[in-house]
Design a protein around this ligand. Sequence first.
Ligand code: ZN
Length: 332
Amino acid sequence: MKTLIFRLSKILGLFYLARKLTADKTRILCYHGISVDDEHKFRPGLFMQKSTFARRMQLLKKWKFTSINLDDYVAQREQGQVQKDSLIITIDDGWQAILDGMWPEIKACQFQATLYLSSYFIQHRRPVFKVAVFYLFWKHNRPFKPAQDSCLEEYRAQELDAAKLLEVVKQLGSDYEQPVLKELCAYFGESIEAWQQSGKFMFLSPQQVSELHKQGLAIELHTHKHRFSEVGLEEARQELERNHQAIVEMTGKQPKHFCYPRGEFREEQLKVLSDMGIQSATTTDNELCSIKHHTYKLPRIMDNDNISELEFEAEISGFMTLLRGLGRRGQS
Ligand SMILES: [Zn+2]
């Protein structure tokens, strides 16, 4: 049904009209990682197929959007007007596979892009525990029974699901994460070594971050351990400061833009951002960005491997923005 409505709307010229009507809004796009194997089937919003991403970039080029970076955007906002048809490409977290799966496509289209980097997994290179655990349970679809020599002494021969296992490891402490992941991989017949080789669930290395920065990818803030809204003010500040320091060490450049982990924040935390001189912050509110949005609450278009090209066009053209606006007006 949705496809039919989109198809008709496009044929009737409504996408074209929407694009004209929303030309003064900025398209800030949000991406995460690239699928090395089958991760796009597991979390299509977190891992996109390389082919999907390449096609998205080609479409944005074809549709003649102007790629700008966040520094340009902030400067233009301060002048009171952002250039029409502007596009900002953002990538969250720092997954390793963006190196071959995203960056060459961005460069080929001569686009600019920003990587919001969480620094902990750049410094401690190993598969990201929580995501890897959920993936293994998703893929193998059965509980985990720790062996008789398991490091989870109290749980030997008990059946654990993903939620229970994560809770147990949280209580035991992060030192247990890698030994448990090794046991879990062995139990399900997967190889951590193969993951490390292919970059599955891995973050970039510090050298790769430096190299990407040299090639023109802007490296900005995403906290050190991907924690913000769930911690107190002082801890939030420390998360940003550690992240800031790590980025300066890798790039030699002061980061000035921030993306809230999971898009979440508390209103009182905005002061931490202004105290640190942060110039912009993006959320995960799916919407086109207008100059009226608070500079610390910039919405983004959340792209996803499950979104069809027609849906992507409906969103990027501004057609969905107009529909949502009508919906809101209808409710009030
Ligand atoms: Zn993130």
